[in-house]
Design a protein around this ligand. Structure first.
Ligand SMILES: O=P(O)(O)OC[C@H]1O[C@H](OP(=O)(O)OP(=O)(O)O)[C@H](O)[C@@H]1O
Ligand SMILES: NC(=O)CC[C@H](N)C(=O)O
Ligand SMILES: [Mg+2]
Length: 576
């Protein structure tokens, strides 16, 4: 799912590094495999990226190198290519100007784009779809800027036009950031708004009330100058990062919209796609996003309360004479819905499972063995809450069944009498192709099984799933009046893919072959990869196999400073 963040500060002497680090830490739940940051300091780019958690990737000596008042950051949950450090983001290309990308989502027509790029002489070095998004933009921006003389160059128009062309050529789900060196920060969201993106601002700390007279006029020409560039900007996957950094949320980037924040401190926006239909990924609300985020005007927390309420009502309809004694959430994400379900069922809510706060999210870990082991390490029971009771376990979703399998057994081991299991989301029966790593139906516990069979498989007494209509209603009921939801990307529940193009069987077959768990394990992974090992196992200091990719065809260039330490000032694009 990946977390992205970009910052542009008004004061050139301030640095974005700490804020990007803090923002990525707040977005860590979206991607645990790799992290990276690039900053621009007076035209010089500084890059640091590696496999691992944010806290492990950036050491103090990297941070001091990551200078500059413009930068973007990324934490990665791979859904294309490999988990190699070479595919960690931001990715960089030197022409034109020096462009970097941070991307959340997944492109579905990668073969076609890669072919087109190769035909025009661009070298594509990996299977990362984000590398294509970078090269497409740099190609389009080159075309736009070469079309007019230097004197006539209007960078704002060139950027809007280039991103518009990128949108015409790409299919899939994407929210992205481009850093255009020397020009500013660009944010964009696909025409269906599948992946989230919000932006905000704050008054720069360099602008103080004392600079203005009683009528609000700057007192001196120098105050006037400072006041003109008075706003700091942020763009992020989730509003929680904007809150935490002390910025004000302005709004969501609209589907098909481009936001450009220039170096003079102006913020421009343009709809770059004529056929945009807001269709956000419903799984963001179910699982991915933090509950304290607001996405497309809806509080994720409130949506999860509603999910709990509707789920409890379904249980009451289906089992009016139920004998549930206690409602127990499976930490972390299901807590909000479980709380409300317990309230509607009029049964006590109890913390029967205690989560080890040092173990990260298991669903987004690579490899089934790691995921299974992590569930046991992550959760332990409070036996008293289970002994002799009929327990209703609530989870936000059941995907592969890794968690539910372990948890039901743990509940029984703890002495539960009957174990019921419910999911705040409907059964997941289809692959996701827009940025969630559910590449094949065969790994899904609900594939080819009805509810009785699923209950038998996970070993519980009965299982209840939310209905898809109810799930979608949760969000429709909470949508602000001025912005109702046109539709949702609910494809992993329904098999309907909102991008409209024909996703044929051959696409899914390829996806299965490339990304199923066994294939990933078998694939020969380089020393910079997390694929077999799980997050953060490899020491973050190691840089083996950590070569930057996506360098441009024209010039071999350098990114100064913090690129994959300790070899700073190395030519990029060279394996070490
Ligand atoms: O059926 P599965 O394949 O196990 O996937 C579903 C589980 O994975 C997620 O938890 P995760 O541990 O990733 O994160 P959380 O702590 O935020 O709940 C989700 O909340 C479910 O509990
Ligand atoms: N989940 C995501 O957003 C992944 C971004 C991109 N497809 C990658 O694999 O790096
Ligand atoms: Mg969970």
């Amino acid at each position: 799912m990946c977390g992205i963040i970009g910052l542009l500060l008004a004061n050139e002497k301030e640095h974005v590094n700490q804020m990007i680090f803090d923002g990525l830490t707040v977005l860590q739940h979206r991607g645990q495999d790799a992290a990276g940051m690039v900053t621009s300091e007076g035209g010089r780019l500084h890059l640091r990226k590696d496999n691992g958690l944010v806290k492990d990737v950036f050491h103090q000596h990297h941070m001091v190198e990551l200078r500059g008042h413009l930068g973007i950051g990324h934490c990665r949950y791979p859904t294309a290519g490999t988990s190699s450090c070479a595919e960690a983001q931001p990715l960089y290309t030197n022409y034109p100007y020096g462009i970097c990308v941070a991307h959340n989502g997944n492109l579905t027509n990668t073969e076609q784009i890669a072919k087109q790029l190769t035909e025009i002489g661009r070298h594509v070095n990996t299977d990362s779809d984000s590398e294509l998004l970078l090269n497409l933009f740099s190609e389009e921006l080159t075309r736009e800027t070469l079309a007019v003389g230097k004197d006539q160059l209007n960078m704002k128009e060139a950027i809007f036009s280039a991103v518009g062309s990128v949108m015409q050529k790409t299919e899939g789900g994407y929210a992205g950031l481009y850093l255009v060196n020397g020009f500013g920060l660009v944010g964009f969201r696909d025409p269906n708004g599948i992946r989230p993106l919000v932006f905000g601002c704050r008054r720069s700390p360099t602008v103080t009330d004392e600079m203005f007279d009683d009528e609000g006029i700057p007192r001196t020409p120098s105050h006037m100058d400072t006041a003109k560039r008075s706003l700091d900007y942020v763009i992020s996957s989730e509003s929680v990062a904007i809150d935490t950094l002390g910025f004000q949320l302005i709004r969501d980037v609209r589907p098909g919209e481009v936001i450009f924040m220039d170096m003079e401190g102006n913020c421009h926006s343009r709809m770059a796609h004529s056929k945009s239909v807001l269709s956000p990924c419903i799984f963001e609300y179910v699982y991915f996003a933090r509950p304290d985020s607001i996405m497309d005007g809806v509080s994720v927390y409130e949506s999860r309360l509603k999910m709990g309420e509707k789920l409890a009502k379904k249980i009451l309809r289906q089992y009016p004479d139920h004998d549930i004694d206690v409602v127990i959430p499976i930490p972390d994400t299901s807590r909000t819905s479980a709380l409300q379900a317990a309230y509607v069922l009029n049964r006590p809510f109890r913390e029967g499972f205690i989560k080890n706060r040092y173990i990260a999210r298991t669903f987004i870990m690579p490899g089934q063995a790691t995921r299974r082991k992590s569930v046991r390490l992550k959760l332990n029971t409070i036996k008293r809450e289970f002994q002799g009771k009929n327990v209703l376990l609530v989870d936000d979703s059941i995907v592969r069944g890794t968690t539910s399998n372990e948890i039901v057994q743990m509940a029984r081991d703890a002495g539960a009498n009957k174990v019921y299991f419910c999911s705040a989301a409907p059964p997941i029966r289809y692959p996701n192709i827009y940025g969630i790593d559910i590449p094949t139906r065969n790994e899904l516990i609900a594939y080819n099984r009805n509810e009785e069979e699923i209950a038998a498989k996970i070993g519980c007494d009965w299982v209840v799933y939310q209905d898809l209509n109810d799930l979608e209603d949760c969000l429709r009921e909470l949508a602000p009046k001025e912005r109702s939801f046109d539709r949702f990307d609910s494809s992993c529940f329904s098999g309907d893919y909102v991008t409209g193009q024909v996703i044929g069987d051959s696409y899914f077959e390829k996806l299965h072959d490339l990304r199923n768990d066994k294939a990933k394990e078998k694939r020969k992974v380089g020393p910079g990869s997390n694929e077999e090992e799980g997050p953060a196992k490899r020491p973050a200091q190691s840089n083996d196999g950590c070569e930057p990719v996506a360098n441009d065809k024209r010039v071999s260039s350098t990114i100064d400073g913090a690129a994959c330490e300790p070899l700073t000032n190395q030519p990029v694009g060279l394996a070490r």
